[in-house]
Design a protein around this ligand. Structure first.
Ligand code: ADP
Ligand code: ZN
Ligand code: ZN
Length: 744
């Protein structure tokens, strides 16, 4: 039988390449098989994306040279999804595939071997040299255990366990063996969280609706709008149970690794070892291993970050996106700049599954889609078990400042009082400050100039650890910080602004007896530290948990009754059409951490903009009102959800070239259709990042003229001749962002 295949390679091309299959391989080759094949003068690894009998190709067709592994690493449905990503986000198919598959098409993993050691049954103890105390210590340690232990466990007992054990083994006193280890998907809480669940009326109704969609085997997109503490997680678990019972699989997407331990713990208790995790803190080989096991059908539930939407699960029955409004679901770089929500909906279409977008504060886009009937509505309007909403206090920090007469003021007297009160009652406190580091600005008191990153257009943040100033965009780091102003040589350099580290200092100073833990990306380096911090907070070993947006959503702690928002205005004045929406969601979510059971919760919001509509409605927890204000605003400005937008970004080291290339692209575009606005080229809000100047063109296509966004997509695809244009010109890189989440 003659057989041909199309193969995609991890290269920057929109094309796939055709090969013939040698007879010996026809039986074992399928879509998703990895193969070696000649590509130009070299041989490369690629993936079979199509199998066919005939081919319309005049030239000479080459044979593939061989199979890389015995089973396919993709399935047809997933390939269809990758092709859609390539087409929709306008990235070469090879690049789209590379982004999805673990480390450049590689799923190789050889298990690490570890050494085990145990006492030998026979062995003459008198052979031990009495002058070798290390050997004695090891023998003593081993004699207290009746099964082999990891040799590495002796590290704390003697300084060179390998040598000592080898010596003892030579004497016949211990036995050393080797064992293969499998990678562990770290990030679970150590103990799965068991709960007795009985659903209330509202919850049961939601479950009934989801179930009937699960049974229909049709694509069914939902928006579950459930207030904080209404039991959304329990709904996911019940829906997953029903999907798994039908032999199908489940993807749970979470926006933030800090949420993983609690939710994964609940899933683990429900579904045991058929659950795995997928997130950025896993190593390459762990990922490769998990990928392969999923292909083999070993796992039925994957819980993970945005890229988990591409897991090679077969027969997906349910995709859940928790906190669907979060911008971390959007990949900003590298290409493809996809949004996991858009991909999840497409995957749901391909697999005919239920897609459950869920939040207490949906994105305005999903909210609008629900109003328009594009997403089915599910609602949980009450907190579970009759828990009350928190009492919210808004503190005008302008007045506080005057009263205290102290510019370093961080806590209002109200917040201090409330914290004191909770500490006395043995209840817990969550403090939100959405900026990391110590002080975001180092400023000269004489001339006002600030320390800027030499590579980016942002101020450097002072970090206490290492006594350094750092750039949060490019990682530039200088230690120690300058003691003199570059501009006027004054030595009155002042740290200003408030980061989490500074709040931490002040909390420690003000409440010296409290147990305080900070959680932000500087302190939470690994999945393990995150889960252990959360476990400690859960056990009451931490009184005050302080952090960035990392701790603002999703977390469920019974004894946390006070939430303090140190500066609610952070991000409010960024020149981006989504700035207000984000701040509202953050405040609302953070407030939702307080008082989730019997005890009444309280929230203290500190602001300098008391009359701002975002702060006003967030503090009243009045979502509907704010969303209506927001919709009106978006409509009058022709922004989503009333238009489709796309952004083309130009970046390069030479300012002039960036300017000239972006202008050249603008003039080369065809005439815009009616309903399309093109803005720019203009400098981005952050004009320079990593020494690259940045300009952008923004395209806005009104939905009244372009309901599905197809017109805009076609305009960009054809107008930009993406294939050619997106190659670097005069050192200027051109990137396209379809449905960008921000225009900064
Ligand atoms: P959300 O995700 O909506 O903020 P959770 O799913 O975390 O809310 O639920 C809040 C708390 O109430 C959790 O501790 C959860 O286990 C509990 N809970 C919710 N629904 C039930 C139920 N039907 N039976 C028992 N406990 C529930
Ligand atoms: Zn100065
Ligand atoms: Zn920088």
């Amino acid at each position: 039988m003659i057989m041909f295949v199309d193969v995609a390679f991890p290269i920057s091309s929109f094309k796939v390449f055709s090969y013939s299959v040698p007879p010996a391989l026809t039986k074992s080759i399928a879509i998703g098989s990895r193969v070696n094949a000649p590509l130009g003068k070299r041989s490369a690894k690629g993936i079979v994306v199509r199998v066919r009998r005939r081919i319309n190709f005049k030239g000479q067709i080459k044979d593939i040279s061989g199979l890389v592994d015995d089973t396919p690493i993709l399935n047809e449905a997933l390939w269809e999804l990758i092709s859609w990503v390539s087409d929709y986000y306008l990235v070469p198919i090879g690049k789209a595939a590379t982004a999805v598959l673990p480390s450049r098409f590689s799923t190789g993993y050889s298990p690490r071997k570890v050494k085990l050691v145990s006492l030998s049954d026979s062995g003459d103890m008198s052979a031990v040299d009495k002058r070798a105390p290390a050997q004695l210590k090891v023998l003593e340690f081993l004699s207290e255990r009746n099964s082999p232990i990891l040799l590495s466990r002796l590290n704390g007992i003697v300084s060179n366990p390998h040598q000592v054990c080898q010596k003892l083994s030579d004497l016949g006193l211990v036995h050393i063996s080797k064992m293969k280890t499998l990678p562990v998907a770290t990030g679970f809480l150590d103990e799965p969280i068991h709960k007795e669940i009985s659903f209330n009326k509202e919850q049961s109704k939601v479950i009934t609706e989801i179930s009937s969609s699960i049974d229909s085997n049709k694509f069914s997109p939902f928006l579950l709008h459930g207030v904080t503490g209404s039991g959304k997680t329990e709904i996911y678990i019940e829906a997953a149970r029903r999907v798994i019972a039908k032999g199908k699989s489940v993807i749970i997407l979470l926006p933030e690794i800090a949420l993983t331990p609690q939710i994964a713990g609940r899933f683990k208790s429900a579904f045991g070892s058929s659950v795995t995790l997928w997130h950025s803190k896993l190593g390459i080989s762990e990922r490769a291993w998990i990928w392969k096991k999923i292909c083999g059908g070993r796992f039925k539930v994957v819980i993970g970050a945005r890229s988990a939407v591409f897991m090679p699960l077969k027969n997906i029955g349910l995709i859940v996106m928790d906190e669907e409004q979060e911008s971390s679901f959007k990949q900003e770089s590298p290409d493809p700049r996809y949004h996991a929500r858009e991909v999840a909906l497409m995957r749901g279409k391909i697999d005919k599954s239920v897609v459950l977008l869920s939040s207490a504060t949906p994105s305005i886009d999903s909210y609008f889609n629900q109003v328009k009937g594009k997403l089915n509505k599910l609602q949980l309007s009450k907190r579970f078990g009759g828990a009350k909403y928190p009492l919210v206090h808004v503190v005008d920090m302008n007045e506080e400042l005057e009263e205290a007469g102290n510019p370093r003021f961080i806590f209002s007297s109200l917040l201090q009082e409330k914290i004191q009160d909770r500490l006395q009652k043995n209840e817990q406190v969550i403090l939100l400050q959405n900026r990391r580091g110590h002080s975001p600005v180092v400023r000269c008191l004489d001339c006002g100039s600030m320390e800027m990153c030499p590579h980016c257009e942002v101020t450097l943040t002072y970090h206490k650890k290492g006594n350094s100033i750092q750039c949060h965009l490019c990682g530039f780091c200088k230690s120690p910080p300058p003691s003199q102003c570059k501009n006027c040589a004054s030595d009155l350099m002042q740290l200003s602004g408030i980061g989490t580290q500074r709040v931490e200092d002040l909390v420690k100073h003000t409440f010296p007896d409290a147990l305080i833990q900070r959680m932000d990306i500087d302190s939470a380096k690994s999945a393990k530290t995150i889960s252990s911090t959360l476990a400690k907070f859960g056990n009451g070993e931490i009184d005050i948990l302080l952090g960035t947006q990392m701790i603002a959503k999703g977390l469920d702690f019974e004894n946390a009754t006070l939430v303090g928002i140190i500066n609610a205005d952070t991000g409010l004045y960024l020149p981006d059409f989504r700035a207000g929406e984000r701040v509202f969601q953050l405040i609302y979510q953070a407030s939702g951490r307080a008082g989730r059971r019997e005890k009444q919760g309280e929230v203290v919001i500190q602001t300098y903009s008391k009359d701002n509509p975002v702060i006003q409605s967030a503090s009243k927890l009045d979502l509907k009102k704010y969303y209506n204000v927001l919709l009106n605003e978006r409509k009058s400005l022709n922004y989503p959800p009333f238009s489709w937008i796309a952004k083309v970004e130009f970046s390069g080291k030479q300012k002039q070239n960036v300017e000239s290339v972006s202008l050249a692209v603008l003039t080369s575009l065809p005439k815009p259709y009616s309903g399309l606005d093109i803005l720019g080229p203009a400098y981005c809000y952050r004009e320079r990042i990593r020494d690259n100047w940045r300009m952008q063109l923004v395209f806005k296509s009104n939905k009244e003229k372009d309901l599905s966004g197809e017109k805009l997509h076609a305009f960009i695809k054809n107008g930009l001749k993406t294939d050619k244009l997106r190659k670097t010109q005069k050192g200027v890189r051109i990137t396209v962002d379809i449905n960008p989440v921000s225009l900064l």
